[in-house]
Design a protein around this ligand. Structure first.
Ligand SMILES: NC(=O)c1ccc[n+]([C@@H]2O[C@H](COP(=O)([O-])OP(=O)(O)OC[C@H]3O[C@@H](n4cnc5c(N)ncnc54)[C@H](O)[C@@H]3O)[C@@H](O)[C@H]2O)c1
Length: 357
């Protein structure tokens, strides 16, 4: 293919590394033309890790958006910046990829969706779970009827706490573990059920001194939501920051004719015992000594690699992403997260007014 999608990557730390791995595996259709981070040393080390040479480095995102000739701006910045950067990019007539959550407030997320519409450009929402190969396989097993009609799904993402300083303050991130981690199971379920939830009820640890462990964090460090759908099925969605031993991404599906248990992070084919320890085993594991299950191609298995390829293919064709990966899906996921917070705070069950619930 002659044409390659020109990408301006903004943010050069944790999630940017996840995306860069994806770009490094689709050089046939995509090229990074510039990287921006207010800390230029992160730009250098990211580029070095992936052997990237011909690109421009910026420390000011406005300047980068203004100067760089690109097709898409990929936002790997703290949550509170997604909105402002996306608006700038749409003004310049670029497509936008936004990391999750789409924004810190529903109002900001709505403005992003509207700005994309006005600019005639696409807003892509990076929900990697929808590309995790094990989840894709599970969905095909459901489709062939092998477990009958799925009745109940339990899904969670949990680990010991965010590495990002911005995750401590609600103004910068929009909440606690539910908005950071729970947004994956929420986004996954909404995509699976085409957003047709009818009612939900939730609890959280509440934040600060009410938290189990993270007493200095404004957002909650434990949260759970029971949600029902209009096909009479239900799900239990959980997120917490009190899980030691590495990130858990676990989905259990119970159907009329069978069940399925999916483990995205601890399903390695390798079981290793090490006295000195490994350099890395799985995301957020505190120690690597003793028995471990070192991840094999973690970024691929969590969906990032196929997610980036999908967005690049969409950019080439000027098409919307698949269901669950469009700006409107990110907006809906954020709306549900905010209703989860409302339910937990007010101790109430919430019905989906849009479905006449
Ligand atoms: N999909 C996933 O599984 C996943 C995983 C981790 C993070 N994320 C999301 O990715 C986003 C970024 O998170 P992260 O973990 O990479 O954060 P991070 O704190 O590791 O990195 C953020 C980077 O943004 C830079 N930055 C901050 N303000 C800036 C500004 N004004 N201009 C330019 N650069 C600036 C910082 O210097 C830093 O390098 C968040 O929205 C987070 O929710 C998604």
């Amino acid at each position: 293919m002659d044409k390659k999608v020109k990408v301006l990557l903004i943010g050069a730390a944790f999630s940017a590394d996840l995306h860069m791995d994806g770009y490094s595996r689709c050089t046939d259709i995509a090229e990074i033309v510039a990287i921006c981070d207010k800390d230029l040393s992160r730009v250098d080390s990211l580029a070095e890790r992936y052997g990237l040479k011909n690109f421009k480095a910026y420390d000011d995102y406005k300047k980068a958006i203004d100067e760089v000739d690109c097709d898409v701006v990929d936002i790997c910045l703290p949550n509170f910046l997604h909105h402002d950067v996306a608006i700038e990019a749409f003004k310049k007539g670029r497509h936008v990829i936004s990391e999750k959550p789409l924004a810190t407030t529903v109002e900001d997320a709505e403005e992003m969706v509207e700005a994309a519409r006005k600019a005639g450009k696409k807003l892509y929402y990076a929900e990697d779970w929808l590309f995790a190969p094990a989840l894709c396989k599970a969905l095909s097993i459901i489709e062939e009827g092998a477990i009958g009609k799925p009745l109940f799904i339990r899904a969670r993402e949990c680990h010991s706490g965010s590495h990002s300083p911005y995750a401590q303050t609600i103004k910068y991130c929009g909440g606690g573990c539910m908005v950071h981690l729970g947004i994956h199971p929420v986004g996954f379920m909404l995509a699976l059920k085409q957003g047709r939830w009818t009612e939900l009820v939730a609890m959280t640890s509440g934040g600060l001194e009410n938290n189990f462990l993270h007493k200095g964090m404004e957002g909650e460090d434990w949260s759970a939501c029971i949600i029902k759908f209009d096909d009479e099925t239900s799900a239990l969605l959980e997120a917490n920051y009190i899980t030691k031993g590495g990130m858990e991404d676990v989905i259990d599906i119970y159907g009329t004719e069978g069940c399925m248990h999916i483990d995205l992070t601890f399903s390695s084919a390798i079981k290793c015992y090490s006295i000195p320890g490994l350099s890395y085993t799985v995301e957020k594991a505190e120690i690597t000594t003793g028995w471990s299950k070192p991840a094999v191609d973690e970024k691929f298995n969590l969906g990032y690699v196929s997610e980036i390829r999908h967005f690049m293919e969409c950019c080439l064709k000027n098409e919307d992403a698949k269901i669950g990966l469009r700006g409107v899906d990110g907006l809906e996921a954020l709306k549900v997260i905010n209703l989860i917070y409302k339910s937990a705070k007010e101790g109430i069950k919430i019905k989906n007014e849009n479905l006449g619930g």
